[in-house]
Write a protein that binds this ligand. Structure first.
Ligand SMILES: [Zn+2]
Ligand SMILES: [Zn+2]
Length: 284
């Protein structure tokens, strides 16, 4: 039986704003003090381009519907309760749960192929936005690596080879003495390295967990929540399991959701993980 949290967790933009502020801080420091001394213009363009692309996918994940299951329009919930085992129903959303859905206590809605609720994007990860989330995390890793490596390289050249100069002097409101000051560049680099370093490892861990999930056609909720797939919703005890039941359930399937069943077993195929990844990526 699926459990819903006892305590309702309020949806809050706090962590998403924290994430975006920290990223913004890194880019402000780089724009003001580090890009001007970077080795090549292409590095700056690559870093800014990657940063904007990451921001775009973060925004897509934040704004997209993860696959909230909508309440049926033409069937009363009381009518559904008479026919379907209450265990299979979500009283908050007034819907029949599908095998891979789960009610998110924070969003207070059932999500199809629920993975987890991500505070960094203030949204659930479900069947509709899981692939965008993967792209976002992949881009974030590339972004963090690029920032870390280029900042570290610059710092290394500055400390050990005294090789630094103001190559791109595009900031006009800061005096040249500050922009050219070794201590300012050193401190800015250290701050960027510390922030990116603390982000890299958790993000890589997150990405590997999701790659494994895709290869197994499992969600994080199914892997770590010990979810077992059940049988299709049975009729409530004592109710007449007749043509009424099948008529209503087929109507429900049409009305409530495009039914998402259990994952297809590809274990007999040559490279099952490829088929699993394709199922995870393409289903919606
Ligand atoms: Zn629900
Ligand atoms: Zn949620």
């Amino acid at each position: 039986m699926l459990k819903t949290p006892l305590r309702k967790v309020e949806k809050s933009l706090k962590m998403a704003l924290y994430f975006i502020s920290l990223n913004g801080l890194v880019y402000i420091i780089q724009t003001l003090f580090l890009y001007p001394v970077w080795l090549h213009r292409y590095f700056i363009e690559l870093d800014v381009g990657l940063g904007l692309l990451t921001l775009l996918f973060w925004f897509i994940c934040l704004m997209s519907s993860p696959g909230f299951i909508r309440k049926p329009k033409n069937i009363e919930f009381l009518e559904i309760m008479k026919l379907i085992d209450p265990v299979q129903l979500c009283p908050d959303c007034e819907i029949v749960r599908t095998p891979r859905s789960r009610h998110c206590g924070t969003c207070n809605q059932c999500v199809e192929r629920f993975d987890h609720h991500c505070p960094w994007i203030n949204n659930c990860i479900g069947i509709n936005n899981h692939k965008y989330f993967m792209i976002f995390v992949g881009l974030l890793i590339a972004n963090l690596f690029l920032n870390f490596i280029l900042t570290a390289l610059n710092l290394y050249l500055m400390i050990f080879h005294n090789d630094y100069e103001l190559r791109f002097d595009y900031i006009t409101f800061i005096s040249k003495d500050i922009k050219d000051n070794k201590f300012v560049i050193w401190a800015s680099s250290a701050l960027v390295l510390i922030i990116t370093f603390f982000f890299i490892f958790p993000v890589i861990l997150l990405f590997t967990v999701h790659i494994k999930n895709f290869c197994q056609n499992r969600t994080t909720n199914e892997r770590f929540g010990g979810k077992k797939y059940g049988k299709p919703p049975p009729a409530a005890e004592g109710s007449e399991q007749s043509s009424d039941y099948s008529a209503t359930t087929s109507l429900l399937a049409e009305e409530i959701v495009k039914e998402i069943g259990e994952p297809i077993d590809h274990s007999d195929r040559r490279i099952p993980c490829l088929y699993n990844c394709a199922d995870m990526w393409c289903s919606k």
